[in-house]
Design a protein around this ligand. Structure first.
Ligand code: NI
Length: 196
């Protein structure tokens, strides 16, 4: 069933919980999978983690840059991580605020596919970044915890293009009010995503 995305500030406690590992893909996990798929088409995101739709399980749905369809992953675990990439980050649970974070440039990941088959794969670049963001959710970590400077954050606004065609998205510095909101809800982590 399509679920509403849980976000700050109302669901801050739940979003901060550590989620449970699944034992096997059974009827509960199949229900969660249907929720993921039904919710996926209603939002614009690179990924949705289980706690964002009210499930305390180690699972997420995501879509990498070269993938034609989104994929569900259970019990993800980063085995190895290398390099560092600073790039933009944002989250459906922190609406309207974007900021760059430092994450590993390369990861090796294990987990179970949506139908319960174990896998071991390597990812790099933006795909590795999406996966790290989603795994963070399963440990109650939000991207705002990994920001170096909250004031670097921005919102997106539509601006008319000069030739009168389609509007384009422009970065607008985050307001003092939004920055105060982020400061209130973030739990800064020492270091960054390379600390596993
Ligand atoms: Ni997120």
């Amino acid at each position: 069933m399509k679920q509403r995305i849980w976000m700050l500030p109302d669901r801050s406690d739940f979003l901060r919980e550590r989620t449970r590992k699944i034992k096997a893909v059974g009827s509960q996990e199949e229900r969660l999978s249907r929720d993921f798929v039904d919710t996926w088409d209603t939002v614009a995101a690179h990924g949705i983690a289980a706690p964002q739709i009210g499930w305390s399980l180690r699972a997420f749905i995501w879509k990498g840059e070269e993938m034609s369809e989104p994929e569900i992953i259970f019990n993800p675990k980063v085995l190895r991580a290398r390099g560092e990439l600073k790039d933009y980050d944002g989250c459906l649970s922190v609406p309207g605020y974007y900021c760059s974070t430092r994450r590993a440039a390369w990861i090796e990941l294990t987990g179970l596919t949506g139908d319960g088959k174990p896998f071991r794969r390597k990812y790099e670049g933006f795909d590795a970044r999406i996966l790290q963001h989603e795994i963070d959710h399963l440990d109650g970590v939000l991207f705002i915890d990994r920001i170096d400077d909250v004031r670097e954050g921005y919102t997106l606004d539509e601006a008319p293009s000069e030739d009168g065609g389609e509007t384009t998205l422009v970065h607008v510095p985050a307001s003092d009010e939004l920055i105060a909101f982020i400061e209130r809800f973030r739990r800064p982590l020492p270091g960054h995503a390379l600390v596993w």
